[in-house]
Design a protein around this ligand. Structure first.
Ligand SMILES: Nc1ncnc2c1ncn2[C@@H]1O[C@H](COP(=O)(O)OP(=O)(O)OP(=O)(O)O)[C@@H](O)[C@H]1O
Length: 266
C-alpha cells in the first residue's frame, strides 16, 4: 500500500462574516473510504476544496501525507492528490480518452505529451473500470450526464493518487452505476489510497464507507463507523428533520419526516 493520508485541523472559513467552516477537522488514512455527509449547505464541498488545496481556509491546516499542502509544488500535489469537484466541467470538446489521459499528465515528463498519456495502462484501465470503452472516441460534450460523470471519474482514477477526494461522484448516476463507482472507490482504498467521498446516499455510505464524518453548519458533529453513526439522533441533527432508521436485510433505510428516503443502490 502507498500509505497516503490527509488531515485537516481546525479549518475555518467565512464568506462576508457568515461562517461556512467552523473549526472542522478530519483525517483519512491510506486504505480507507471515508464518507463526508451532511445537509445541503453544511460545508462538505467547501471542506473538500480546502483539503484539495483549491481553496484557502481563513484558519487551520491541511496536511497531505505528512506535508503541509501549501508547501508542496503544484506538480507534486497533483501527483499525490486527485480531486473530483461536485460539478466538473469540460472546457473543450475533448474525447473521453483525452479527458481520462489528463489524469496522467502530472506523472509524465514535459517532453512526453498527451499522446503518451492516452496510451498509458492507467488510462486504459480507468476507462474500462468506468465502462467507457464504447465512448472512448466520443467528444465529452456529447455524453449524457452520467456518462460525463464517469469520464471525469476515469480522469481521477488515471492519476493513481495516494489521496482521492470525490465530491458527490454518484449524484448523476443510475443505481447500478452508483454502486460500481463506490466499488471503484473501495478498490482505490484497497490499493492503498486514502479516499474521501461526499455523499447524500446514506445506504451507499453505510455499505461502502469504512468511516463517516457528519458535518452540520461547518462543524463535524459525529464521526466513526457507519453502523455507529448512521442512527436516528445523529441524522435528525444533521439534516434538521425527524428521522427513523431501520436496517432491512442489512440495507440502511433512513426515513425522514415528510417523505421516505429509501436509499437506493444496495
Ligand atoms: N462563494 C460563496 N459565497 C458565499 N457563500 C458561499 C460561497 N460558496 C459557498 N457558500 C455557502 O457556503 C455554504 C456551504 O456550501 P457547500 O457548497 O460547502 O455546502 P455542501 O455541504 O457541499 O452542500 P450541498 O450538499 O448542497 O452540495 C452554503 O451555505 C453556501 O451557500
Amino acid at each position: 500500500m502507498s500509505g497516503g493520508s490527509i488531515a485537516a485541523r481546525g479549518l475555518s472559513l467565512a464568506y462576508g462574516g457568515c461562517s461556512v467552516l467552523d473549526g472542522a477537522g478530519l483525517t483519512a488514512f491510506g486504505g480507507e473510504v471515508v464518507g463526508v455527509l451532511g445537509a445541503n449547505g453544511a460545508g462538505k464541498s467547501t471542506l473538500l476544496r480546502c483539503l484539495a488545496g483549491v481553496q484557502a481556509a481563513d484558519a487551520g491546516q491541511v496536511v497531505l501525507s505528512g506535508a503541509r499542502v501549501e508547501t508542496l509544488p503544484p506538480r507534486v500535489r497533483a501527483q499525490r492528490l486527485g480531486y473530483l469537484p461536485q460539478r466538473p466541467r469540460a472546457e473543450w470538446a475533448l474525447s473521453v480518452t483525452q479527458v481520462a489521459a489528463l489524469g496522467r499528465l502530472p506523472h509524465l515528463p514535459w517532453w512526453q505529451g498527451s499522446e503518451t498519456a492516452r496510451r498509458a495502462p492507467e488510462v486504459i484501465s480507468a476507462l474500462s473500470a468506468c465502462h467507457l470503452e464504447p465512448f472512448a472516441n466520443r467528444p465529452v460534450d456529447t455524453l449524457s450526464g452520467g456518462e460525463f460523470a464517469r469520464a471525469m471519474l476515469a480522469r481521477l482514477l488515471a492519476g493513481r493518487h495516494d489521496v482521492v477526494i470525490a465530491d458527490e461522484p454518484v449524484a448523476d448516476l443510475d443505481p447500478p452505476h452508483a454502486v460500481d463507482v463506490m466499488r471503484i472507490l473501495a478498490s482505490e482504498a484497497a490499493r492503498g489510497a486514502a479516499v474521501l467521498v461526499a455523499l447524500h446516499d446514506l445506504a451507499l455510505a453505510d455499505r461502502f464507507c469504512d468511516r463517516v464524518i457528519v458535518l452540520a453548519q461547518g462543524r463535524v458533529i459525529a464521526q466513526g463507523r457507519p453502523r455507529a453513526i448512521l442512527e436516528a439522533g445523529v441524522l435528525a441533527r444533521a439534516y434538521g428533520a425527524p428521522c427513523s432508521v431501520a436496517r432491512i436485510d442489512g440495507q440502511l433505510l433512513a426515513r425522514f419526516d415528510g417523505g421516505t428516503s429509501a436509499q437506493d443502490g444496495s
